[in-house]
Ligand binder design. Structure first.
Ligand code: ADP
Ligand code: ASP
Ligand code: MG
Length: 420
């Protein structure tokens, strides 16, 4: 069997859903289709959740926009009276009930109880459209099969339980095609959880691992993995093949083309990942797999941009060295506050650490560190990583920028620069 994953851009309007149907209709064999929320719906839900949590009445306007966006798509795919209208109506009603309730004090919990409706609505629409187009499939509520802990917004998979439930639920003896949601799961008491933004790729990999897929195919709006993020760099070229290790490194450094957790479940079972274009489904895409796990001959430089960085420089107030004991006390402060470190550098008197500018908590972080250390910080920075760098590649991308921190190993060069 195979797992297909279709992201937001591949279902952003009615023609896109029709295009998805044509890709699926041309594909033989047993397939699980994982679908994200449509277009930018998850962002729209995040806005809705913020209003709801702040008890801001603008939540109703935001909710209407979400409904009309989906209704437009429905009108482009179905005719009045089709059952899908009442199915999506039922989901709207569930959202509305939630919006009428007073939120608890736990933002992350409230987030998870609403965010997954984007995926529930989109999969209902895709499944119904495929059935209407004669492509018989079964809609599955992934929350009954993918079980997690209750770490809201970044839930951890309960592999043992999910393994059993997914194998029972996705039974190809009776069905050839299943359509289900990415990005969400549920606790054992069936409260919805989410796996972190962009988590649908990860869902596809988890299902691929459990169901022993022969491959996982993620369908994107790019021809495959490019050697640079097209939003920030000019003239990127497609990389035809990539090792698992290379893919993990890229996503870790911030290449937003696949979710960083996607690779491990695939690598562990030697399942290849294909990154393919839904715009040009017959072209090759990028293959990441066991066959690709070999040293590269003449690799092209790969550029990754991570924006919105803040550099925190930590030193001791009495001009003494940042010794091991002082350093050892700094890192737990970051991990306790859930802040991920992207780069750090040590000199005699300073420890410099770069993190993503957090949604909240930066003031608390600085206050906490200031109890013991002197703190300076610079924001509005970007972190550029160049794998397989060459002097020419560095000159082209970094030459004209103001560099705050620079690090090089044999194959990787990283530059923390002023944002342009
Ligand atoms: P999905 O709809 O599946 O969630 P994403 O938007 O997460 O897809 O990923 C595709 C996008 O990733 C592309 O549109 C592109 O802008 C961006 N991207 C960033 N880095 C790369 C890269 N190295 N190669 C290809 N795309 C990249
Ligand atoms: N819809 C979710 C998001 O936008 C998950 C995903 O698309 O992968 O983050
Ligand atoms: Mg994505």
């Amino acid at each position: 069997m195979r797992v297909f994953k279709f992201g937001g851009a591949s279902v952003k309007d009615a023609p896109a859903v029709k295009n998805l149907a044509s890709i699926v209709s041309a594909s033989e064999g047993n397939i699980v289709i994982v679908v994200s929320a449509m277009g930018k719906t998850t962002n729209a839900f995040e806005e809705l959740i913020r209003y709801y949590f702040k008890k801001d009445e603008r939540k109703w306007e935001q909710f209407s926009q979400i409904k009309s966006y989906h209704n437009n798509i429905l009108n482009g795919l179905f005719t009045e009276g089709d059952a899908i209208f009442s199915e999506t109506g039922y989901l709207y009603q569930k959202i509305e009930e939630r919006l009428h309730r007073l939120p608890s004090l736990d933002f992350d919990f409230e987030y998870d109880q609403l965010i997954g409706f984007g995926e529930l609505i989109s999969t209902k629409i895709v499944s119904a459209y495929l059935n209407k187009a004669g492509i018989c499939n079964k809609w599955m509520d992934i929350r009954f099969y993918l079980k997690t802990d209750d770490k809201w917004r970044e839930a951890n998979i309960d592999w043992e339980l999910s393994d059993k439930l997914v194998k029972e639920g996705f039974n190809f003896d009776t069905e050839r095609l299943f359509v289900t949601q990415g990005f969400i799961g549920a606790t054992i008491s069936d409260l919805t959880t989410s796996l972190g933004r962009e988590g649908s790729d990860y869902t596809a990999a988890i299902l691929g691992n459990i169901l022993h897929a022969e491959r996982v195919e993620v369908w994107k709006d790019v021809p495959g993995i490019l050697n640079a993020d097209p939003r920030y760099f000019k003239n990127p070229v497609k990389v035809d093949e990539m090792s698992y290790r290379e893919a993990v490194e890229l996503t870790f450094f911030g290449a937003k083309v696949i979710h960083p957790k996607t690779i491990k479940p695939l690598q562990n079972s030697s399942i290849p990942l294909y990154v393919r274009s839904f715009i040009d489904p017959t072209s090759g895409g990028t293959t990441i797999g066991p066959e690709q796990d070999r040293e590269y001959i003449n690799p092209v430089p790969v550029f990754v941009m991570k924006e919105k960085q803040v550099l925190i420089t930590i030193s001791k107030p009495d001009f003494s060295f940042m010794d091991e004991e002082s350093i050892a006390r700094v890192f737990p402060v970051f991990s306790e506050m859930g802040m991920k470190i992207n780069l750090f550098q040590l000199s005699a008197l300073n420890l410099s650490i770069s993190i993503d500018v957090p949604e909240h908590g930066i003031i608390e972080l600085i206050e906490k560190l200031s109890e013991e250390y002197e703190i300076r910080y610079n924001d509005n920075l970007s972190l550029i990583t160049i794998r397989h760098y060459t002097p020419k590649a560095i000159e082209k991308e970094i030459g004209h920028r103001r560099v705050y921190v620079e690090q090089r190993t044999r194959s990787i060069a990283r530059f923390l620069v002023k944002r342009e």
